[in-house]
Design a protein around this ligand. Structure first.
Ligand code: CO
Length: 211
């Protein structure tokens, strides 16, 4: 439908009205500042909205989403978000959340070219190569994709721990990093990794002297 965007505008009016009805001070409070405890790095997939699937509300989560939830060390957008969240907002947790059945991960395992996204997904192809033996031993295609989804989450959490800003906050014990995966089939989140196991998995060559 050509005017289907009106549905969103109407939804917004309804939502704003409901907020005011429930809590007349709601927007006055929102205007003041934000103090989120969490930074969420997730997939752009429309079925995995951070607040909805965690029962959070506006103001709770600082959010960054991209295709297949990647942490790429040359991505100025991601790096700005992480640095701002850690240094200025002082979030206590970074949650890197992937999801089973991820189209980005699935595409990275194939040979179809889509455009710019091929360059983006090349980061996952590099991971695939490192884990090819394990992955190619999984005969079921869906199970193979889902295993790469999990490996990708753990690799991206490691990438976070390779940045100086995250290392510094981890050393001061003001921050924790978590690797999660969301199950589309039952709506449940599985915890894959905690700060300690991620740090152990990061090669010391990535460690910076922080003072
Ligand atoms: Co996805």
């Amino acid at each position: 439908m050509i005017n289907s965007y009106n549905k969103l505008l109407a939804g917004n009016k309804k939502w704003a009205g409901e907020q005011i009805a429930k809590d007349p001070e709601y927007f006055a409070r929102m205007v003041l500042s934000q103090k989120p405890e969490y930074l969420w790095i997730g997939c752009s997939d429309s079925r995995v909205p951070a607040e909805t699937i965690t029962g959070a509300t506006p103001g709770d989560i600082f959010v960054h989403r991209n295709i297949a939830n990647l942490v790429v060390h040359t991505d100025l957008n991601l790096l700005s978000v992480v640095e701002f969240a850690v240094k200025v907002l002082k979030v206590k947790h970074i949650i890197l959340c992937g999801h089973y059945g991820c189209g980005g991960v699935k595409s990275s395992m194939g040979n179809t070219a889509y455009g710019y996204v091929d360059n983006w997904l090349r980061h996952i192809k590099e991971i695939y190569v490192r884990y090819a033996e394990e992955l190619e031993n999984i005969k079921d295609e869906e199970a193979r994709i889902d295993r790469l989804v999990e490996i990708n989450v753990m690799e991206q959490v490691k990438n976070l721990c390779k940045t100086k800003v995250v290392q510094k906050a981890l050393e001061k014990k003001t921050l924790q990093v978590h690797g999660w995966v969301y199950g589309m089939q039952d709506g449940l989140i599985k915890e894959l990794s905690h700060t300690e196991d991620t740090l152990q998995a990061v090669h010391p060559i990535f460690k910076y002297n922080t003072e």
